[in-house]
Design a protein. Sequence first.
Length: 424
Amino acid sequence: MDAHEVNRARAQLALFVADVFASVPRKDQRAKSDCYLRGLMMDGRRKSIQAMAERLPDGNEQNLQQFVNQSTWDPVLVRRRIAERMVPRLGPDAWAVDDVSFPKDGRMSVAVAHQYCGALGKQANCQVAVSVHAVSDTASVPLQWRLFVPEEWADDPVRRRKTGIPDEVGHREKWRLALDSIDELAEWGLVPPVLVADAGYGQNADFRDGLERRGIGYVVAIRSDMSVHPHDALPTLPPWSGNGRKPQPRYRDKPSPVAALAAGHGRQAFAEVTWREGSRGPMRSRFLSLRVRPAGIKSRRLAKAAATDPGRWDGVLPEVTLLAEWPADAEAPTDYWLSNLPADTPIADLVRLAKIRWRIEHDYRELKHGLGLDHFEGRSWNGWHHHVTLVTAAHAFLTEQRLAPKADTPDSPSTRPSTPSRTC
């Protein structure tokens, strides 16, 4: 947005800020949040605090630095209000779990480490954050962020103290951070209609089991080498000689990689499906859905642990749907997903959900390049979380303007009628 467009939206932005930042206690802090959001939305290559302050007529670099890096306002309460406001407005078809990387120099920015950097497509010095987004075909909005703390930071008191990492925060795998985010959103009364994720999460049996235990339906990408049994395969129990440990039920045949199983059905088994209208016409390809049973030691252990009586488990692995894509110009299937949605879910619905993550990639371009998600130059835990929350707010405001500029929103917690408090 240029300066004139930002000024035209000032009144609407003021109302948005009054609602979303109602939990921020001081009036001057709320004014700084309005200023910071205008800086993020205004045209300009860099969205560092110094660059934004120079562009804003009321920009004060020292004040904005203090507001982002030293102020104690709670970003979680702001994100909660954004989620409460935006989810009903968006009417998401799914939630998407994703992670995003922030290339960094040096070793003192909070949680930075040499690790895989998706932004660069290689191992590099970067920060990584796990995010959860509400998604529809027309828009998406980030609901939660978790900064990934690498193992090397877990027992580094010097860097932890200098960057302000809370004592209770340690190393936690990304898939666990995703489930933590989902649990916190559930505490806010928000649950996903369906959850989608890339193979970094979908390949993980613990992550899929975590969703299953929470009663959450999913359509998640997997790699071509993941092994499965056909749905009609059954385990057998070898006879026991009476000596030693009793044998456990086992599948007689070895599992197959999903690539071999899908290709074995032949190209003729794949049907054409159109999932959305793209900029150059309908998006379509050829797909096949099969019922399968994910194999592997981890899948077996999780299935046994979930049994009513693990000591008498019959060895049957849970059944899910495998979705495979074989484009017309490809020599073999190219992409694969697993879903725990009901077996009679139409393949067109599975395909649409499998492909809906395109919206996240689209909106990440605005978050990064347009709103400066990865332009933060501070080093602290507090500053990073404040910045990503402010970027989320700016993105939510712009999304709201595009969707329905004059639509009503649910009452802000600050404007809801008060109720008598109860003492315990």
